[in-house]
Design a protein around this ligand. Structure first.
Ligand code: NAP
Length: 420
């Protein structure tokens, strides 16, 4: 579906994608709300003019047009919901990623039943209850008959209890996990960790009862903690799997294509729409910022620097303006940056020094004569430097002078170390 974007939400994931997985030429942004302006063939649940929010895969290296930070977003029917008339676009824009992540974690990864058994203890721990994903998870659990137990700062306890948590615990306490195990009388079997540091994972492991259970994290879990209890099955989710296609991001984030995850999304988002309509699922607190697309860079910088306060978990930018599609927030140096009229790099990684050239060729030479011989060698100019004038500015170079100390020779012999 093609949607005219009215508001977008900023997520920690936006900053992480920029910092860790540059995808030049792609559109950023995971969350939008707006109007449907055109539906594609086969779209059944929506029509032109509907107010919707949706989850988009911003900075997707496999689909350059899929992000939300744009005047028009290409939305996916299965990962979109109709917005009730009483809800603002800004509020609705906070739902797409958080609701999908919460549902995916609870019902696919932790494999909870859609309704809790009335005869069994049905505590579920939500570590990081005050995150956007945690707030969605608590409400979904409550609506499904579970008893959510959450960790948060004392200032958020009242809010989480009002949303459906049966108990809240301060994660700053060293005994937080033990306190939860005590409260749940050693019966806790399921934990969703929306923070997923080794500390929060350890706390969840302390909280899960002695019968063992399942732990799901929103970031890759620590293997050290994972193997501290073999009676706990640890998993981590990547919400982009909900699109059903392979997630081609490096490291532990990448995932193979999963048709079943897409099928789950196609049933869960309509369910979430129903919960939102019935006011069983409310948006997280958010700070609404003006400025449209131009304000995104600053918003992401604030997100990265933790400048969004505890009661302002989201920056929603309303009334996007600007010319055409906002391209890729991850910036690329020199010639490419000049071509795209990009001037600021510091916003991405303030400590990075970006060189004024495009290409790095590294040679380790013994003296300047060797360098002179190399660059005047016809073989070198014919091969390595072929066509260089088309794409390398040879006016500038960065030369580093130093020395190297050999410890391992090519044949594997160890040299130059202290013999004991
Ligand atoms: N895997 C995925 O697909 C996926 C999807 C969405 C998000 N994520 C990841 O999940 C994490 C949360 O994202 P989000 O957008 O939901 O977060 P968010 O809304 O930005 O969360 C901010 C809140 O985190 C809470 N917090 C910080 N440290 C905590 C700790 N040690 N224990 C408990 N709560 C803590 C704070 O709550 P208090 O104010 O109560 O201290 C803070 O208000 C991020 O790392 C994000 O990248 C992953």
């Amino acid at each position: 579906m093609l949607c005219k974007v009215a508001a977008v939400a900023l997520n920690p994931a936006d900053a992480k994608l920029i910092d860790e997985f540059q995808s030049p030429g792609c559109i950023g942004g995971q969350d939008f709300a707006g109007h449907v302006v055109r539906v594609g063939e086969g779209v059944k649940r929506f029509k032109r003019g509907d107010r919707v929010f949706g989850f988009t895969f911003g900075l997707n290296p496999d689909d350059r047009a899929s992000g939300a930070f744009s005047e028009y977003a290409a939305a996916t029917e299965d990962l979109s919901c109709r917005i009730p008339s009483s809800m603002s676009f800004e509020e609705a824009s906070t739902f797409g990623l958080s609701v999908g992540t919460a549902g995916f974690s609870l019902f696919r990864s932790l494999a909870l039943p859609t309704h809790a058994s009335p005869t069994e203890d049905c505590f579920v721990l939500v570590a990081g209850g005050a995150t956007a994903s945690g707030i969605a998870a608590i409400q979904i659990l409550k609506a499904s008959g579970f008893m959510p137990v959450a960790t948060c700062s004392p200032s958020n306890m009242q809010m989480l209890m009002a949303l459906g948590a049966v108990a809240t615990f301060d994660y700053h306490s060293e005994t937080c996990g033990a306190e939860i195990r005590n409260y749940t009388e050693n019966t806790l079997r399921h934990a969703l960790d929306c923070i997923a540091t080794s500390e929060t994972q350890r706390m969840c492991y302390d909280a899960i009862g002695t019968a063992g259970g399942k732990y799901t994290a929103l970031n890759p879990p620590s293997t050290v903690v994972k193997y501290s209890r073999r009676d706990i099955y640890a998993d981590s989710v990547v919400a982009w799997s909900l699109f059903g296609d392979a997630v081609r991001l490096a490291g532990t984030i990448g995932r193979p294509a999963s048709h079943l995850d897409r099928i789950f999304a196609s049933t869960f988002y309509p369910h979430a729409e129903d919960m939102i309509e019935k006011r069983l699922l409310k948006p997280p607190p958010c700070e609404v910022r003006p400025g449209g697309l131009e304000a995104i860079e600053k918003g992401i910088e604030d997100l990265r620097n933790g400048r969004l306060g505890t009661t302002e978990k989201r920056a929603c930018l309303r009334k996007p303006s600007g010319n055409g599609i906002m391209r890729n927030i991850c910036l690329w140096p020199s010639a490419s940056s000049r071509k795209h009229n990009i001037k600021k790099f510091a916003v991405i990684r303030p400590s990075w020094k970006i060189e004024e050239f495009d290409l790095v060729i590294e040679y380790w030479l013994h003296d300047l004569n060797e360098l002179k011989n190399l660059i005047s060698d016809p073989e070198w100019t014919g091969r390595a430097a072929k066509d260089q004038a088309l794409w390398v500015d040879t006016d500038k170079a960065s030369v580093q002078i130093g020395y190297e100390t050999l410890y391992l020779e090519e044949d594997g012999k160890i040299v130059n170390t202290e013999q004991k």
